[in-house]
Write a protein that binds this ligand. Sequence first.
Ligand code: THU
Length: 135
Amino acid sequence: MTRLGSDAALVSAAARARGAAYAPYSRFRVGAAVRTASGAVYTGANIENASYGLSHCAERVAIHKAVSEGHRRLEVIAVVADGTSPAMPCGACRQVMAEFGVRRVIVATPTGRRRVRTLRQLLPEPFLADRLPPK
Ligand code: THU
C-alpha cells in the first residue's frame, strides 16, 4: 500500500503494475491502481490461467487487495491497458467498483492517452445491496 494524491500519480502506479501482468494467453496486459477514501493506494495486474475462465482482471485484483486489507470505501481507480486507445473496464469490474463506491474511473494507454469517466456513466443502473431483502 502507498499514498498517492493526484490522478497522474495513480495512472503511473497503474502503469507500473501492468509490468507484473501474467497474460501469456491473451498477451493483453492491464494494470490498475485504486485509491481508498482514506487515501491508501492498492495496485493490481491481470492474472490469467490455462483454464481461461479463471482469469482475473487487473481492476478486481487491485480492488480486492484493498478490500482484503479492510477497506470498504473506494474513490477512484486508474487502469492502464495495452493498445493505442484507452480500454474501458469490463462489465463485471464495473459492478465490483459499484459495490465499493468507486466514483471515478481513469483509463489510459501506456503512452499516456487518457480518458476520465464517472462510474455512473459506465454503469448507470447498478444492482446494489439496498435492493436485497432486509436482514
Ligand atoms: N482484462 C482486464 O484486466 N481488465 C478489463 O477490464 C478487461 C480485460 C484482462 C482479462 C484478460 O486477462 C485480458 O484482459 C483479456 O481479456
